[in-house]
Design a protein around this ligand. Structure first.
Ligand code: GLN
Length: 287
């Protein structure tokens, strides 16, 4: 079969799904398989494709027709300008999280420019937050934790890809794996993008997220706030006085998370908005 015919099949397979440009996605997948640019595809519509690639392409587009995320198909996604390996079992890095990382990088370069500081990333997933901070702020020492196996393996792949000896990952529940490494009271920043979807809202997420992304990275318990409570309580042991705790939150969780931080004795609490004008980040400082 030639490229043009394959694209037609791909398009037909995924047509009618929400959030999808069927022809563009078919081109993206095929160019990825053939290891050529998108533009190559446009000008070689009559080129013959070998049987194996043809079968792979159709198999992928069938998966895609059930909502399988493109990012898992490619096995790679960009975060803060850094291509990262992603696979099933880790949350796909999202643009709203980049906003939080940009804020942290700016904060470090403003207030801790020439210091060796420690940063903890709780629930690191693909390692996106930890790796981008470690890469762009080379004097930080970053500790990422995750309670699942796959994220720790994936985060290490990404860390090694950028050769970051200042970033390490620890397997275990929240702060547990940090208990015996002797960094109590030493972290300048604790960051987390924890699971924050209310359990009852899990079924309303778009199919790509609901069916294929890890529930353990999304479900934040009955009111979606379980992890904000746990991390705000547990984090105090590891923060320095004046250290910052910073969270990504759901658009309607600003006030609730602010209250949790206040109850735990944090001060100078702020809520920051994303580009759509929704509350997206809450931060506070340990007294
Ligand atoms: N932003 C994610 C979503 O789209 C949620 C991520 C999380 O729970 N931390 O659904």
């Amino acid at each position: 079969m030639v490229i043009g015919e394959l694209l037609e099949i791909g398009k037909t397979l995924i047509e009618g799904r929400d959030y999808i440009d069927p022809i563009l996605e078919s081109i993206l997948v095929l160019s990825n398989l053939l290891e050529v640019d998108k533009s190559y595809i446009y000008i070689h519509l009559d080129e013959e494709v070998d049987r194996e690639t043809e079968e792979k392409f159709i198999h992928i587009m069938e998966k895609r027709s059930h909502g399988y995320p493109l990012q898992y198909i490619f096995g790679e996604w960009d975060f803060m300008g850094l291509p990262l390996h992603v696979e099933e079992g880790v949350l796909i890095p999202r643009p709203e999280t980049e906003l939080m990382v940009e804020y942290i990088i700016e904060y470090i370069s403003k207030y801790h420019r020439n210091e060796d500081i420690k940063v903890l990333d709780i629930g690191t997933g693909s390692g996106a937050i930890a790796i981008s901070i470690g890469k762009y702020c080379p004097r930080t020492r970053v500790y990422g934790t995750d309670m699942e196996d796959i994220p720790i393996r994936v985060a290490n792949i990404n860390r090694n890809r950028y050769g970051l000896s200042n970033v390490s990952f620890y397997h275990g529940n929240l702060f547990e794996p940090l208990e015996d490494i002797g960094i109590d009271g030493e972290a300048q920043i604790i960051v987390s993008n924890p699971p924050y979807i209310r359990s009852e809202d899990m079924s309303t997420l778009q199919v790509e997220v609901r069916e294929f992304e890890p529930k353990s990275a999304l479900d934040g318990g009955r009111d979606g706030l379980d992890y904000y409570r746990k991390i705000s309580i547990g984090g105090k042991r590891y923060l320095r006085p004046g250290g910052m705790l910073i969270y990504e939150i759901g658009y309607d969780q600003g006030k609730d998370v602010e209250n949790i931080l206040r109850e735990q004795g944090f001060t100078c609490i702020s809520i920051l908005k994303d580009l759509q004008g929704h509350d997206r980040i809450v931060l506070g400082f340990l007294k």
